[in-house]
Design a protein around this ligand. Structure first.
Ligand code: ATP
Length: 504
């Protein structure tokens, strides 16, 4: 050890000490660089989460002056910083959540009527209620749907499909006026084309952080729920491709959906699409049946169920084959089975809101069923439920017409080929059951689907009816719903259906 070495004439033990010392210094340097690096990346994610997603795990509600207050946890987001150097965006990625079910009491209720283009808010003191929420959301890349094949790698972040903000900007020609599809209460919707040719609709939420954030969160919760439960059944529900917001200032929130290319039911019945012709009875019923199936799925096939809360004709998009796509889950509510919720504010669209929900804030799937009934009446009559020019609302008018044996006069006069009397009565009966003022008497959506399908396959259904229903039951149903008391006005058609007799 004390021997001199050829290296600077140093003794062997000195040389060994120098080597060990140098080795320790190098290790320490590497460690400190690694610790500093980790600390920095953690800080940047935390700084982002605090400034841009203030506690996204909270459900939110709008208080009396429209500001946001937090409620309870449903979904916990995981924030991921994009690795794209050129981009000015950060992506929000929804992660797995823990179950939470704290009870929640509310004090007062308000009524919020969101009309087309106009909003009016009135407040009512109301009752208290309890809500129990469940949550579950799964990682799993369920949204690697074929229309998105060939798009950038940035999409592989759990479920959902993610894009760079600048890609969306590019796809919509920088959100140009030409690309505008329409404007709703929460934002402007643009048509876009992704680099692989897929057409999308991009909703750029208004830069009112409160409302935008609210809509963003609620839609994310609802769609996360569908994706988790059953992607395959989404046929009649709008498909979301991705969720993205820009971290640029001011923050821009966006939701991106599959593009549905044939307008919406409101446009076909009362608006811009009328120039393409009058929607036939068959097309109307196809759209209505698709909507009914989507609601049956939301209410009965998944747990927790989803109450849409804003079923109306402008939220029913239509594709080339006249398939319905239920869209706009911005007001959706998740409820456990058999649960109701008494809300602090009633939200929905004037003309479609169920009476018990408007009066006391009581919310469950029956309020969607009422709105669906109004939608069905709208499709039958071609009348706009949101029409102040008319002295009585659509439901009351309809009941009055049916009650005075003028059922055949309610059909949209624009229809060239009218439905048969039997089909009309059957469809009216389904609609009137849905708008029954007693929520408990409204049928379940799956029953409504069966009633409507009976019109598509009447002979089949007639056989089933003969076996399972008695004539007196049907007479009772019609009498009860329309206020009709004279059994003489009921007749039996050749297939054995009981219907009301009309007098020309
Ligand atoms: N995925 C989509 N594909 C094609 N058009 C769409 C799509 N989503 C929305 N639109 C259209 O964009 C317009 C605005 O839609 P949006 O859902 O924001 O508002 P709305 O339903 O008309 O009103 P509200 O905000 O009161 O619900 C509508 O004309 C709608 O038909």
């Amino acid at each position: 050890m004390s021997k001199k070495t050829s290296f600077l004439g140093l003794k062997l033990w000195v040389l060994i000490c120098i080597c060990v010392g140098a080795f320790i210094v190098i290790i320490l340097c590497i460690l400190s660089v690694w610790v500093t690096f980790r600390k920095r990346s953690k800080t940047s994610v935390e700084r982002f989460s605090l400034s841009h997603i203030p506690n996204v795990s909270k459900d939110i509600k709008v208080d009396r002056v429209g500001t946001l207050t937090s409620h309870e946890s449903l979904f916990q987001p995981v924030l991921e910083k994009s690795s794209d150097k050129n981009s000015d965006k950060t992506l929000v990625h929804l992660g797995e959540t823990k179950s939470s079910d704290p009870d929640n009491n509310t004090q007062c209720s308000s009524v919020y009527h969101h009309e087309r283009g106009l909003s009016s808010i009135s407040w009512e003191e109301g009752s208290c209620g309890t809500v129990r929420k469940h949550s579950s959301l799964l990682h799993g890349g369920l949204m690697t749907a074929s229309p998105l094949i060939g798009l950038p790698e940035i999409s592989h972040l759990g479920w959902g499909h993610w894009f760079a903000f600048r890609d969306l900007e590019f796809s919509t020609n920088r959100f140009s006026a030409d690309a505008v599809l329409g404007e709703g209460g929460y934002g402007v919707v643009y048509r876009g084309r992704l680099v692989n040719g897929t057409e999308v609709a991009v909703k750029k939420l208004f830069n009112n952080l409160g409302q935008a954030e609210k809509e963003f969160r609620v839609e994310v919760e609802a769609i996360g729920h569908f994706f988790h439960n059953c992607f395959a059944l989404l046929g009649n529900i709008i498909v979301y491709y991705l969720l993205v917001f820009s971290s640029s200032s001011p923050t821009i929130w966006m939701l991106v959906y599959e593009y549905v290319n044939n307008g919406n039911l409101e446009q076909w019945l009362h608006g811009a699409m009328c120039q393409h012709g009058i929607l036939t009875w068959e097309a109307r019923m196809k759209v209505i049946l698709g909507t009914a199936k989507a609601l049956a799925y939301l209410h009965e096939a998944i747990e927790p169920k989803v109450v849409h809360r804003d079923i109306k004709s402008s939220n029913i998009l239509i594709d080339n084959e006249f398939n319905a796509k239920v869209s706009d889950f911005g007001l959706a509510k998740l409820l456990g089975s058999g649960e109701s919720h008494i809300t602090t504010r009633v939200m929905g669209t004037f003309g479609y809101v169920a009476p018990e929900y408007a009066n006391s804030g009581l919310l469950n799937e029956k309020s969607d069923i009422y709105s669906f009934g109004v939608l069905l009446l709208e499709a039958i009559t071609g009348r706009d439920p949101v029409d102040y020019a008319r002295p009585v609302n659509l439901v009351e008018w309809l009941k009055m017409m049916v009650g005075t044996s003028k059922a055949e006069e309610v059909v949209d006069p624009g229809l060239e080929v009218k439905p048969t009397t039997r089909v009309l009565k059957h469809t009216l009966l389904a609609a009137l059951r849905c708008v029954d003022p007693d929520a408990d008497k409204r049928p379940k959506m799956s029953q409504v689907v069966r009633m409507l399908e009976a019109d598509e396959y009447p002979i089949h259904e007639a056989r089933r009816n003969r076996k399972s229903r008695t004539a007196s039951m049907e007479i009772e149903a019609m009498k009860e719903i329309t206020g009709q008391t004279d059994p003489e006005n009921m007749s039996r058609d050749p297939e054995g259906h009981i219907s009301e007799t009309t007098h020309a």
